[in-house]
Every structure is written in C-alpha cells, then in structure tokens.
Design a protein around this ligand. Structure first.
Ligand code: 4HQ
Length: 243
C-alpha cells in the first residue's frame, strides 16, 4: 500500500512511524509512506495556506486553491488515483471495520488540517472520506493521520509477521482481549491465575473466553449490543460476538 500525507508540519511525522511494526512494514516494502508539505503549493510570496473565514468569526481556514494544487501534485506522483481522506472531528468515527476497509485500498491520500479546518469546497469536491478518531478536538489532523496509518498497517498482509494475526486481537470478533501474564508466576505475593499454570489447554481456552466475555460486559457493554454507543454495522458490534 502507498500512503501520501499532506500537511503543513511534515516534521511531525518523524518518529511514530519510524519504529516497530510500521518501520518493518516500510523496510519490507509493504508500506510506502510519503509526506508532502502543503506550503510548497502556496501561491503568494508569503506562502500563505490559510485566510480569514467569509462571514467572520475566530481563526483561519485553509484555502481550497492551495489544497487542490497540493492534491493534484501528489496525485501526479503515482498512477493509482488514491482514496482521499480528510481527518476531522466532523467525520465518521474510525472503527475496526473502517480500518479494514481502508487497508484494502492500494493508495491512501491523507489530508491534515490545521486552524479551524479547511474550506468546505475542498471536502465537497476533493475528499472521498471524512474520518474522526474520536470525540475530542486536537490542534491538527497530523496525530489522527498517524493513528490511522498505524492501525491500517497492522492489516496489511504480512505486516505482523507469521506468528501474529490481526484477527486474534480485540475487536476482530467483537470482544475485548483476555488478561495476559508472564514469568515470574509469583511476584510480591501476586500470583498468576492457577489455571494458566495447569497445562490443561481446554480449561485455559474456556477460562480465557469467560474472561473476555466478563470484561466486555463490564467495561464495554456497547460492544455486546447492551446499550451505550455501539457500532452496529462493524465487526466490534457484531450480532454474534462469539463468532
Ligand atoms: N482535528 N479526529 C481540527 C481533530 C480530529 C479528530 C483535525 C482538529 C482537524 C482542523 N481529526 N483540525 N478528533 O480533532 O480527526
């Protein structure tokens, strides 16, 4: 998969995507990741990317002409059209289902807004999908873009290596994970649950399933369709969470 990011803070992307699984996916050629500076497509000598909002009000708005030029330039760098995603609190909430859908794309173009956001005409005419990572307001779309790339990378075939599977993680079957333990079996009198030391695989599996159900009921009843803000369309809100 190829991912292009448009931002006025390219430096923000050094770090989080240069470690661990995402680093490996990039080294292995599973993920091609490119960052582009929107400001290079500014039209005036001050290189401005924003302006005052029509109708008045606080803050600045990112210009449609600058964003469109930046997007057309980035589009020209590769043959795939690319799905254009704008990160914004007004978008559809990012879920496991959406992450899997995005992971099937050959190319993503992520647009990061700053200030009060972008001119609505850019969203209307150029953006395919507006996505939010949660109901809180950040200072820009850069962190949401990194969250999205991290989550999507886990679903690129081969990115997790042979041992791990994204299917085995939380949300794939709509339940939270069971608790995990490692050595030592006792530390300061804190003991690992006896069943895990028993070597009785059927009992261990039964215990884990029980733990997953109990935790989900306790912490995220919405995932079981028992009230709260569920996501009925998604894997996490499946009508048959045990499947
Ligand atoms: N912002 N999920 C405002 C977000 C956000 C979110 C990005 C801040 C867009 C203009 N993006 N800018 N939450 O808070 O995606």
């Amino acid at each position: 998969m190829r991912v292009d990011v448009l931002t006025i803070f390219p430096d923000a992307f050094r770090g989080p995507l240069d470690v661990s699984i995402v680093k490996r996916a990039r080294e292995d050629g599973l993920l091609d990741f490119f960052v582009h500076d929107i400001r290079e497509h500014a039209l005036d000598r001050h290189r401005s990317v924003d302006d005052y909002p029509f109708g008045g009000g606080a803050g600045m708005v990112m210009r449609v002409d600058v964003l469109d030029r930046a997007l057309e330039h980035v589009r020209s760098l590769a043959p795939e059209r690319g799905l254009v995603v704008y990160l914004s609190p007004a978008g559809e909430r990012l879920t496991d289902r959406i992450v899997r859908e995005l992971a099937r794309e050959e190319r993503l173009i992520l647009v990061c807004g700053r200030y009060e956001g972008v001119d609505e005409r850019f969203i209307e005419h150029c953006v395919d999908r507006e996505i939010s990572i949660g109901d809180y307001v950040l200072t820009g779309g850069e962190l949401p873009a990194m969250v999205l790339v991290d989550a999507v990378t886990r679903h690129i075939p081969g990115a997790l290596g042979d041992a791990a599977s994204p299917q085995e993680e939380s949300f794939a079957d709509g339940l939270l994970e069971h608790p995990q333990y490692t050595r030592p079996a006792e530390y300061r009198g804190w003991r690992v649950p006896e069943v895990l030391l028993s070597g009785h695989h059927a009992k261990i599996e039964a215990w884990r399933k029980e733990q997953r159900l109990a935790r989900t009921r306790e912490r995220r009843p919405d995932l079981l369709g028992e009230g709260g803000d569920s996501d009925p369309g998604g894997a996490a809100g499946s009508a048959n969470p045990g499947e």
